[in-house]
Design a protein around this ligand. Structure first.
Ligand SMILES: O=C(O)CCC(=O)C(=O)O
Ligand SMILES: [Fe+2]
Length: 393
């Protein structure tokens, strides 16, 4: 059941036109095909989804196979992780963000926002290999298998299908992108089936699950923040999944250059492209800037709970255009190597890997853009330019 009504305060023309894709009609080559299978329908799904991700950079997925009660249970777990956990417990599980790891809690006030506003966002994050009871708060320990099955669903089911649609959309074999996220085939390797607190050996992409609660700021703070809850940014990694929730605020920079709201699509999963997929495709697919504005006045007093699943490439994947991905498209667009200037200026390591970039960006999130002064450009300036490219603050 939806507990919060949708806002009635955003005019229709302020919403982005988001393509809705029903992936229950999409079949992997290794899926048993239903008797109703229609290859034209399949081709149409791939074409529509790929076009939406190339143009707007966002789409909404339904028919995703997650039961309604499982979808809502995850929001209940998110609320529990923030509201039913003691401060001592949260403190003991504080995330080591400056070391590049998001696992655990980020408390409110962690970031010193450049605009002087108070950081009112709390989140609890996990990687597949941190889903052990010793890494969960007391109130969350009994749900360890629910977290694990949610990660399995996101990785093995949803991610595989989204990457297959993208690969097919680029004219490549179905698992081309999957193979850059997962080692050793496609079936569940059982890594998440160990005992509740046993070590988890996860050899695949360092998928990142986040439950976040945005608390409304004070009146004074609203002004300082210029009504902006999260400044413009692109996500890290290859793709992100956002579990749609009813409190408005998420906006995307549309192809026309205007910020447009993403509507709430009940029980849908919103997909968007992260920066690393842009780097590997030389810009064929672009990470689309988005931000979170304060909700309209009919929802502004409410806590806003979000569930996010961020997916990077395998840690060692170099972040430069990959010929095998784009060779047949080089006529359609100008291939851009985002780190070309960084390398030219002598940046080390010369080729950043997916994991180097995750660690670097973890350190930059929430920080003020370093002042450059009048000096010559250094390699780090290129990295800052990429990280802050849509953040005006
Ligand atoms: O809260 C949202 O709707 C989006 C948050 C977001 O863009 C992010 O955490 O990267
Ligand atoms: Fe984001």
């Amino acid at each position: 059941m939806e507990l919060t009504a949708n806002t009635t305060e955003i005019p229709d023309d302020q919403y982005a036109a988001v393509e809705v894709i029903d992936i229950s009609d999409f079949h992997l080559a290794d899926d048993p095909l239903p008797s109703t299978f229609d290859s034209r329908n399949q081709a149409d799904i791939v074409r529509r989804a790929f076009r939406a991700l190339r143009e707007l950079g966002f789409l909404a997925i339904k028919g995703h196979g997650l039961r309604s009660e499982d979808f809502h249970h995850q929001f209940d777990l998110g609320r529990m992780l923030i509201e039913d956990v003691t401060e001592v417990n949260k403190h003991d599980l504080h995330a080591k963000i400056s070391e590049g790891s998001w696992a655990g809690y980020k408390p409110t006030g962690y970031y010193r926002r450049p605009d002087g506003g108070v950081d009112t966002i709390e989140h609890f994050d996990a990687y597949p290999f941190t889903l052990r009871i010793s890494h969960l708060p007391d109130a969350g320990k009994r749900y360890v298998s629910d977290f694990r099955s949610f990660v399995k669903y996101n990785h093995y089911f949803l991610l595989r299908r989204v990457l297959a649609i993208l690969s097919l959309g680029m004219g490549l074999p179905q698992d081309t992108l999957w193979d850059l996220h997962h080692r050793g085939g496609t079936s569940d390797d059982g890594a998440l089936d160990t005992g509740d607190d046993d070590e988890i050996v996860w050899n695949h992409s360092k998928d990142h699950l986040r439950y976040a609660l945005y608390h409304p700021p004070s009146e004074e703070d609203r002004e300082k923040k210029k009504h902006l809850w999260i400044p413009g940014h692109t996500d890290l990694g290859s793709v992100s999944f956002l579990y749609s929730q009813p409190i408005a605020g998420l906006q995307v920079l549309s192809p026309g250059g205007e910020w447009r709201y993403i509507r709430h699509y009940p029980e849908h999963i919103i997909v968007n492209i992260g920066d690393s997929l842009e780097f590997l495709t030389g810009g064929l697919l672009k990470a689309v800037p988005h931000r979170v504005m304060e909700p309209p006045s009919d929802q502004r007093h409410l806590d806003r709970l979000g569930i996010f699943y961020f997916v990077p490439f395998l840690p060692e994947v170099p972040l430069s255009p990959l010929d095998s991905l784009i060779a047949s498209h080089t006529e359609d667009f100008e291939v851009k190597d985002a780190f070309e200037e960084y390398r030219r200026l002598g940046g080390q390591p010369a080729t950043l890997t997916s994991n180097d970039w995750l660690v670097l960006r973890a350190k930059l999130v929430g920080s003020r853009r370093p002042a450059r002064g009048g000096r010559e450009r250094v390699p780090e300036d290129v990295l800052h330019d990429i990280h802050f490219r849509y953040n005006a603050s």
